[in-house]
Design a protein around this ligand. Structure first.
Ligand code: BGC
Length: 741
């Protein structure tokens, strides 16, 4: 539809119709014939349902086509519905959780994964996905770390932008592409105490420097929708934060698309204590610039009266409705209201062999090898017994894979059985997947108890371990222990699994742990007792084959931690890019009293950001700079030569970090600025070169201007965030401080 036709359409709508466009209803309302049940409980009328702008969580080409047809037929202006859903790491073919995807350090691969998810979801009738989540995270107690790209602003931005490109393609009109909804704006990843929905207090400098860049990268990649977060940010709930939405998101970042609230967040403004009633909540949210109300009755029930009484200007409603209609138009819904919904296409693409293969490859790239003593890995096919509750566990998708069928997941046991070389490998569960005294609440219902007989399973496992050369021990946290509303105060493995670890390692000294789960855990016992640790995260549909191929050396691990593994929960929040403090502490925790340290635990995590081993080894030459001084309008190339010094091929992730030695405000001890992956055969060397520009050296100065300051910088290039391989660069005095464009 042309812009003028769209204008004519909006001008012709009644106030009720305009307000309807701002309303998103939950899909389960559709199963009700009349307005009873939840819709009735919310005080919605048949008219509210008749005029709604969008539904979420309805899937399936046939269903959506039917619904769209019926809906448009009864809508006074036949405006199509927008169908949105949470396609987080795949639709039916499930890819690794986003935290694991970030461990690939492979934005192109992540883009391809998002494109596949979009293709499947589009065939099933979906128009918009609630992804990517670009919330920076530093506290593994927060269950939603699994949906993030981890603790680094730059890596987060690379991943968020890659996902947007993958979902949206070149044009939303194109077949197989859907709109991306960036979330949760802003700072949702920093809840106090790691407890979901809790308050967030961030200085403006920290917000801008660390938290906003990833959202900005997604906006720059062209994402069409932004979701506000549940939390308060410095005492103001995001859904009512005019500064955040209008000033930061729209004016500074240049976002022109639609803004949606999170689930029921507008009604929650009452619980936050900033709105006395729903009417006030509607006023505050619309004034802030929230265009669409996700699943609360606040807009539907209050805006008409507010506009008619003059409390809310009609222009606010019209501006928001315009953005909703524009999105529908960009998706081509006025001409093709079903967009790509197509039963035949669904049959062809969902879980297609090509999609499964892509999911497996991404899973393999996301695995992080933390330890590999005595060359435990790779394994010979029949060398090891496979023990542990995750050997035959089908729940390898993240908690958000709500449209996937867990029965489609290939477990490790199934992968062993599918390969003639490993068909006879003995397996045993060893223990239940979670402790009986720790019931887990799933999204909808409690997770069924694991009925494994703990004593019998343990005995069987010990016997098996005793007579095996090596043991692969598949442990982990249940997938429902991460994701939304799954914060934890302890980060240990379940007690039954720790007992299994003790028993198995007591009778076999060659134990390789494969760790599943959605967050970094306290894995000190694993580090102490096993010889190798492979972090497999929640790897998705093809998790089993990916794990087996990696253990057998058919695929070589190359993943790097996107979030550190803490020493223990007492370090939370922890991140590598912290400030130095006036009393930096480098020594042993028992040495001296007055450094910035804990008395009982180290400052350093167990495994740092960026860390990961391969089956080979690499050496790095010293860092070479093309010049050790630069002016603001110049660039410098920093390079190293990387050599594969081991005996098999491998892929190294070369990382460049910068440290500003002295500035007008305290700066992080280092910040990731670039990375590159290089694959080398044994004995082969290659140069990895990075361009340093003035833009990389900028900071928010004393007056909150985004500028570079002359001075010295350390340039680190190495395999992880703790590398000491560095050279010194000077930004010259005559450099002009540059305002951020
Ligand atoms: C979550 C969002 C999600 C939305 C819709 C909320 O509870 O916070 O991330 O997109 O539900 O399902």
């Amino acid at each position: 539809m042309t812009e003028s036709a769209l204008r004519a359409l909006i001008n012709d709508l009644t106030l009720e119709e305009k307000i309807g466009q701002l309303v998103q209803l939950p899909g389960y309302f559709q199963s009700e014939g009349a307005v009873t049940g939840p819709a009735g409980d919310m005080g919605l009328t048949q008219d509210d349902l008749r005029l709604a702008g969008s539904y979420l969580s309805i899937i399936g080409a046939e269903k959506i086509k039917k619904l769209q047809t019926a809906f448009m037929a009864q809508h006074p202006h036949h405006i199509p519905l927008l169908f949105m859903a949470d396609i987080i790491n795949g639709y039916r073919t499930v890819f690794p959780i986003p935290l694991a995807q970030a461990c690939t350090f492979d934005p192109e691969g992540v883009e391809e994964g998002a494109a596949i998810a979009a293709k499947e979801a589009a065939a099933a009738g979906i128009h918009v996905t609630f992804s990517p989540m670009a919330d920076l995270v530093r506290d593994a107690r927060w269950g939603r770390v699994m949906e993030s790209a981890g603790e680094d602003p730059y890596l987060n931005g690379c991943m968020a932008a890659a996902m947007v490109r993958g979902y949206q393609g070149k044009s939303l009109h194109d077949r197989g592409h859907i709109a991306a909804c960036l979330k949760h704006f802003a700072g949702y990843g920093a809840p106090e105490g790691g407890r979901d929905y809790n308050n967030v207090e961030l200085s403006e400098r920290t917000l801008r420097e660390d938290y906003l860049p990833a959202y900005q990268a997604a906006v720059e990649a062209g994402c069409e929708v932004v979701m506000t977060s549940f939390n308060t940010l410095n005492r103001i709930p995001s859904a009512a934060n005019e500064w955040l939405v209008k000033e930061v998101l729209r004016r500074e970042m240049g976002f022109t698309g639609m803004v949606i609230s999170d689930w029921n967040a507008l009604e929650e403004l009452l619980a936050h204590g900033i709105a006395a009633d729903q009417g006030e909540a509607a006023f505050l949210a619309l004034r802030a610039g929230v265009d669409m109300d996700m699943t609360s009755p606040v807009y539907a029930r209050n805006l008409k009266q507010l506009v008619e009484s003059g409390k809310v200007p009609l222009a606010w409603v019209e501006d928001s409705a315009w953005r909703v209609l524009q999105l529908k138009n960009k998706l081509g819904l006025f001409e093709h209201p079903f967009k790509d919904a197509d039963e035949e296409e669904e049959r062809a693409v969902l879980l297609s062999p090509a999609h499964r293969e892509a999911a497996r490859k991404m899973a393999e790239k996301s695995f992080v090898l933390l330890k590999n003593e005595d060359h435990m890995l790779p394994l010979q096919p029949e060398e090891a017994a496979f023990i542990g509750p995750y050997v035959d566990h089908i729940y390898l998708n993240g908690a958000w894979s709500i449209f996937a069928n867990d029965q489609d997941t290939v477990t490790v046991k199934a992968a062993l059985a599918n390969d003639p070389r490993t068909r006879n490998v003995p397996v045993a569960p060893g223990c239940p997947v979670h402790d009986a005294d720790q019931p887990i609440m799933g999204f909808q219902q409690p997770v069924a108890r694991d009925e494994t007989d703990a004593e019998a399973a343990l005995q069987e496992a010990v016997e098996l371990a005793r007579r095996s050369r090596k043991v692969v021990l598949c442990l982990g946290e249940h997938r429902e222990c991460t994701g939304e509303a799954a914060s934890r105060g302890e980060l240990t493995l379940p007690k039954c699994q720790l007992r299994l670890l003790d028993a198995v390692t007591a009778v076999n000294e060659n134990v390789i742990a494969v760790l599943f789960g959605g967050r970094p855990l306290d894995i000190r016992p694993l580090k102490e007792k096993t010889k190798a640790i492979l972090v497999a995260w929640l790897p998705g549909t093809e998790g089993g084959p990916a794990v087996l191929r990696t253990l057998l050396g058919e695929s070589h691990p190359s993943g790097r931690l996107s979030m550190c593994f803490p020493y223990c929960v007492g370090q939370m929040p922890i991140h590598y890019n912290h400030l130095s403090t006036g009393r930096p502490f480098h020594g042993d925790c028992h040495d001296g009293r007055f450094g910035s340290k804990y008395q009982d635990i180290p400052n350093e995590p167990l495994y740092p950001f960026g860390f990961g081993l391969t089956y080979t080894t690499f050496s790095y030459s010293p860092v070479v700079l093309s010049a050790d001084r630069m002016k603001a309008d110049e660039t410098v190339t920093a390079s190293v030569t990387v050599t594969n010094t081991g005996t098999c091929p491998g892929t190294e992730t070369v990382q460049m970090y910068l440290r500003d030695i002295s500035a007008s405000v305290a700066r992080p001890v280092r910040m990731l600025k670039a990375f590159v992956k290089i694959s080398l055969n044994p004995g082969e060397s290659r140069e990895a070169a990075f361009t340093i520009s003035e833009k990389m050296l900028r900071l928010y100065d004393l007056s909150m201007r985004y500028v570079s300051e002359p001075g010295t910088f350390d340039v680190f290039i190495g395999p992880d965030s703790q590398t000491m391989n560095k050279a010194r660069l000077t930004l010259e005095e005559d450099s002009m401080a540059q305002e951020m464009e």
